[in-house]
Design a binder for this molecule. Structure first.
Ligand code: C5P
Length: 222
């Protein structure tokens, strides 16, 4: 039985983690949310008043940090130095700072090393920004998932609503635009479609349709 490495990259709020979770569950693979890892470090830096422009300080902080992705009833929980921070890393404050933290070379080098270790066995679905281009260049299936910024903001708006958070659609659009721009224009492994990735525009697709298409692409490669 062949087990694949699947890389799912794309801009913010495209539904990558929703789809990655469903795919991993269907195939019995491990799901690795790399964005959660950058968010966990960002949360710790903000809490410890570390300057998010100081790459060296952030790299040192990361060396003294344990980030674990553990199975939970909601799919996956994020543990930072033994504490569950799954909700704390999704706040607007963390979201606003994460692109700056993750742009530093000192941060990325260590994170990528951790992610490659987590993905060293086959049967993984990893989502992020640089998985197909940098973290798992040999992944058998690479998907670049996009949707219009309006649709992505709407999806985030609905998701927030379900979680009891009231948000402004315009503000969400603005936040998503800004984060995509920062992630696409940084020097170290920016957000970019890998040459051998399948482009999937999900603007007018349902979650079920996207999940089905990814399963089909995975089966082709088994
Ligand atoms: O996927 P998510 O929106 O949680 O990612 C949060 C942020 O983490 C991204 O906006 C990006 O700045 C950073 N990130 C990254 N490389 C990855 C995953 C996330 O730089 N592989």
């Amino acid at each position: 039985l062949t087990r694949l490495k699947i890389a799912i990259d794309g801009p913010a709020a495209a539904g990558k983690s929703t789809i990655a979770k469903i795919t991993a569950e269907k195939l019995g693979y491990t799901y690795i949310d790399t964005g959660a890892m950058y968010r966990a470090l960002t949360y710790k830096a903000l809490k410890g008043s570390i300057d998010i422009n100081d790459g060296e300080a952030l790299g040192e902080l990361l060396e003294q940090t344990e980030i674990l992705l553990v199975p939970s009833e909601n799919g996956q929980a994020v543990k930072l130095d033994g504490v569950d921070v799954s909700d704390a890393i999704r706040t607007a404050e963390v979201t606003a700072a994460v692109s700056q933290v993750s742009a530093h070379n000192q941060v990325r080098e260590l994170m990528v090393e951790k992610q490659r270790n987590l993905g060293s066995h086959s049967g993984v679905v990893m989502d992020g920004r640089d998985i197909g281009t940098h973290v798992l260049p040999n992944a058998e299936l690479k998907v670049f998932m996009t949707a219009s910024v309006e649709e992505r903001a709407l999806r985030r708006y609905e998701e927030n609503k379900r979680r009891g958070i009231v948000s402004s659609l315009e503000e969400l659009q603005e936040e998503i635009r800004k984060r995509d721009e920062a992630d696409s224009n940084r020097e170290v492994s920016p957000l970019k479609q890998a040459d051998d990735a399948v482009l999937l525009d999900t603007t007018s697709m349902t979650i079920e349709e996207v999940a089905k298409e990814i399963s089909r692409l995975a089966k082709e490669r088994l």
